[in-house]
Design a protein. Structure first.
Length: 440
């Protein structure tokens, strides 16, 4: 086959893949609107008492609350959790606007949490209805039914139980699949994420759940993993992130599963590094297509079916949040603020792994083995750098919201620890020929 024909076939496959993914994104957008519509069929009166109690809880905690005083990693996002409850409870006579524009009440310019307290607890009727239409607010399909039976504190406890169950289940999957050694990087990342604040703030939870479910699929079904399944998995992860997340630390649903995939399939990637780089590229593109495609479809649907120009609002916000069209913070400021929250622990972990890796190279003194392992370690380092590219693209947002965007650095922690673990596994198993690993 000549080079021209080979290129033509590559473009044909790329075109088919793009079309298939576009169809999936459109179908998910339709399902997403339908799910929100069903959620709004729940009578608001069924939620009234639990919302009132929940708004009192948030009001008493106050903005800037931390579980452990003066420890930034345990900061709660009371503001956004108040907004989430506000949006879930607010209804107007225009049901389409409620579903697609994310309506919420505002009293005298107060924040969404305090405005909800004013209306739900103090019965203040002097409010105006605002829109927050650039997000899907997909959490409502879960939160609105829960608010019929539980308060905010109850939901926190449910959230804690579910998250711990997922962690336990993933550990069981790792042990059963023969990848128990990967429990070490997972727990390093999990501790870094500050579990106590993960389940105490609803805003922090969606990305964690999506990441965990994706990891369970990669490790649990590695025997049936193939290129098509990989593309679909990362596409769906991007779609779900756009649907449920509030731009907290979305890249973790891409990069941590990417690092996990490298760990599972590292023996094949040792033999075919170009294939591995191609997979990283394609999986990243699939996730990005799902994320951007699902999110942008929300703007289009909401603009068409409501009187609000959500597309204009979204692009105006992108211009501000990126920091390139409206300069407010520098890249150095963004890095400094995000790293300061986690007290530089990421550098300590990185230094330990690099020293350990160098020592292993010295002890083994096997030049051929070192060269063979470099491409896989290089892939993990590329994935580990994803948060720094993200901060570069979202300078203003990541600087202003560093109290939760610092969690993107968990990607770096996981990637570096995975590199260390794979190095250990490889060396002590005597090289790629007999090393353990996935067979994806």
């Amino acid at each position: 086959m000549c080079q021209k024909e080979r290129r033509l076939r590559i473009w044909e496959r790329a075109g088919r893949l793009l079309f298939q993914e576009a169809v999936i994104v459109v179908m998910c957008a339709v399902i997403g609107v339908a799910a929100l519509t069903v959620a709004y069929l729940i009578p608001r009166d069924d939620m009234r008492e639990n919302v009132r109690k929940s708004s009192e809880i948030l009001h008493n905690e106050g903005l800037g609350a931390c579980i452990w005083e003066e420890i930034g990693e345990t900061a709660l996002d009371v503001y956004t959790d108040g907004l989430i409850l506000n949006v879930s409870y607010t209804e107007t006579k225009d049901g389409v606007r409620d579903i697609l524009s994310g309506t919420y009440v505002e009293v005298d310019g107060k924040n969404p949490m305090e405005s909800l307290y004013e209306t739900a607890v103090l019965s203040n009727e002097g409010y105006t209805v605002k829109n927050y239409g650039r997000y899907w607010h997909g959490y409502q399909i879960i939160l609105r039914p829960l608010l019929c039976f539980f308060t905010y504190s109850d939901i926190r406890q449910i959230n804690m139980i579910l998250q711990l169950m997922l962690v336990f289940f993933l550990v069981c999957v790792l042990v059963k699949s023969g990848d128990g050694i990967f429990v070490l990087p997972f727990f390093g990342m999990y501790v870094f994420l500050s579990p106590v604040s993960l389940y105490s703030s609803l805003q922090y939870s969606p990305c964690f759940y999506i990441m965990m479910l994706t990891l369970i699929e990669i490790f649990g079904w590695k025997e049936t993993w193939n290129d098509r399944k990989g593309n679909e998995t990362f596409l769906l992860a991007g779609i779900l992130t756009a649907y449920f997340d509030f731009l907290t630390y979305p890249l973790i649903t891409l990069a941590v599963p990417l690092a996990a995939y490298i760990g599972v399939d590292y023996k094949r990637l040792l033999r075919a590094p170009k294939y591995g780089i191609g997979r990283l590229f394609l999986y990243t593109i699939s996730w990005g297509f799902g994320y951007v495609g699902m999110w942008s479809l929300k703007w289009v649907i909401a603009t068409i079916l409501t009187e609000e120009n959500i597309i204009y609002d979204a692009f105006a916000e992108i211009a501000y949040r990126s920091g390139y069209f409206i300069k407010k913070h520098s890249y150095c400021d963004t890095l400094k603020l995000n790293m300061s929250v986690c007290n530089g622990k990421i550098f300590l972990i990185g230094i330990i792994c690099v020293i350990l890796y160098i020592l292993l190279l010295r002890i083994k003194n096997r030049i051929a083995v070192k060269r063979e392992l470099f491409p896989v370690i290089g892939m993990l380092f590329i994935v580990s750098a994803y948060p720094f590219f993200w901060y570069l693209v979202t300078k203003n947002h990541s600087c202003s919201h560093s109290y939760f965007t610092w969690r993107e650095l968990a990607i770096t922690v996981f990637g570096i620890l995975m590199a260390g673990v794979i190095g250990l596994r490889y060396f002590f198993a005597g090289g790629s020929g007999s090393a353990g690993g996935g067979s994806a």
